[in-house]
Design a protein around this ligand. Structure first.
Ligand SMILES: Nc1ncnc2c1ncn2[C@@H]1O[C@H](COP(=O)(O)OP(=O)(O)OP(=O)(O)O)[C@@H](O)[C@H]1O
Length: 263
């Protein structure tokens, strides 16, 4: 009599770690594509994939062959269709880790209080500018890029490369300024560029009052390791976008906290 080979079912700590890591990766992937058009594309691919197995089972040769071609190039299709999501995922895995490390070193050498004081001096002109933009109902989009990807930003931007100041931010977004259309990008503690045309998010579940400015603010945080402040021209409300998610109508105290953490 044959005995059942139980070695196949042996669960080792490595197997558990493996399963946990795969679950974590699937969860991260789900977070990245949740609410985007990518979910529909993924569903479409799953339907075609299932169809392939059904027609193969039914021995429908012509359809099996046609769907088989599709199955063979599925990896290429995934890379092309999901390039934004893959880019975001890789950025998430790689760059944030090194940034956290830099912050930790700074705090280790100079102490937490000094680090926070230093940060407040950096973010104060931005908060002051937002206050004034809100008051005058001037639309604005300010992006904080953790890494200034020259190729990504410079193609569609005017180079500024100036010290961050309230008055400069106000002047850029003045309706009569030639640079007011588009976004300002702040990186490496400088206003690096203005008038940037950014990728729009393809999210379908956004509030109806969100137009192109909000879509661009969210879109840039999906494609890059960046956060964005959006000041609505219509309502003066301030929104904050990070990793494709947006917090609406935030207070200045909240904005300060968020910038302190992210900038
Ligand atoms: N791709 C883009 N990248 C950066 N900025 C953009 C982009 N598309 C539009 N904008 C900016 O958004 C402005 C138009 O905003 P729109 O009224 O459509 O947005 P909104 O989200 O409704 O914001 P608001 O509440 O300020 O009206 C443009 O004048 C331009 O400055």
């Amino acid at each position: 009599m044959h005995s059942l080979d139980l070695s196949l079912f042996k669960i080792t700590p490595i197997n558990i770690l493996d399963i946990l890591l795969v679950t974590f990766l699937i969860y991260q992937l789900y977070n990245l594509i949740r609410g985007t058009i990518a979910v529909n594309i993924l569903l479409g691919m799953a339907v075609i994939y299932s169809l392939y197995f059904v027609v193969k089972l039914l021995q429908m040769q012509l359809l099996t062959e046609i769907l088989g071609y599709f199955k063979d190039v599925a990896v290429i299709i995934i890379v092309v269709v999901f390039q934004q999501e893959i880019r975001r995922f890789l950025l998430l895995v790689g760059k944030s880790a090194s940034l956290q490390r830099n912050k930790a070193w700074w705090r280790y050498f100079f102490g937490k209080a000094q680090a926070e004081k230093n940060n407040y001096a950096r973010i104060k002109p931005i908060i002051d500018a937002c206050k004034s933009l809100k008051q005058t109902r001037t639309g604005a989009l300010i992006v904080f890029a953790k890494y200034y990807d020259e190729q990504f930003y410079q193609n569609s931007c005017e180079v500024v490369d100036a010290k961050i100041s309230k008055r400069l931010l106000e002047s850029i977004f003045q309706k009569t300024s030639p640079l007011h259309d588009g976004a300002v990008v702040i990186a490496e503690n400088k206003i690096k560029s203005a008038s940037c045309i950014l990728p729009l998010t393809d999210k379908v579940d956004l509030p109806p009052q969100f137009g192109l400015r909000h879509r661009a603010g969210i879109g840039v945080t999906e494609a890059n390791e960046a956060t964005a402040i959006i000041v609505s021209e219509e309502t003066g409300e301030i929104s904050y976008a990070k990793q494709g998610k947006v917090k609406m109508n935030i207070s200045f105290a909240e904005l300060e906290k968020l910038l302190n953490k992210d900038f």
